[in-house]
Design a protein around this ligand. Sequence first.
Ligand code: SAM
Length: 266
Amino acid sequence: MDNFFQHKARKRFGQNFLVDETIIERIVRAIAPKASDRLVEIGPGHGAITKLLLQRCPSLTAVELDRDLIPLLQFKFREYPQFRVIEQDALKFDFGSFAVQDALRIVGNLPYNISTPLLFHLLSFKGKVQDMHFMLQKEVVNRLSATPGTKAYGRLSVMAQYQCHVQGLFPVPAQSFRPAPKVESAIVRLTPHSTPPFPAKDEKLLAQIVNTAFQQRRKTLRNALKPLFPELVAESVPLDISRRPETLSVGEFVQLANTCFERNQE
Ligand code: SAM
């Protein structure tokens, strides 16, 4: 009998365990792990994806917050001596400490309740990451890959696409999990750009501008950015500031941030 039979799914840890073998195989095929990969899984849970990952990459390391799951995972995968499971909060985990030759591969069926802060935390290690494959709420995958002018386009879209090539891969129905989540899910692949197509001179300033702009997405740029630049005038930036923030492409946000950066230097 599975040694996880006594473990009860905990809502506060966002635990919805995958039980659909076809979907699990499809996810692992999309990841295509190799034995030499520096592979890290966030939230292995009962080890549904872990099991197939380990068959191809026996040196997998997992980061799991639920301490009750640690001994169960160690027991289940005891025939893999290189397998490590670290009891840690992925939100606080230093993924950079793990990278070898900047080629970390991060995967996971993420806890949906912390997915946005977790994505921002993971993006902060982008220079050391080869790629990331995640199961997320479908709505979050739509936001990650959204194009300007759409409802889903916002801070997450701009900041993720600034740093990564984003590919929504395939949807996963709620029946593939136990317990079934109330939302639809999807798999996304994020591949950090080795050279950003639109390099920002100051990434913190870009993040600040994007954040401020989308707090008032229906206003004009001139008004939305008032908290940051009370004096923003049409002649000072290379964009029409009567446009709404949600219509700006990633490249245009970078152009705006670079102009503001240069003006700050004057
Ligand atoms: N990978 C398993 C699967 O697909 O069946 C479980 C996925 S479940 C949606 C999310 C997993 O992340 C759970 O095992 C949960 O305990 C773990 N988790 C939740 N919050 C976490 C955190 N902050 N850091 C690391 N793991 C976390």
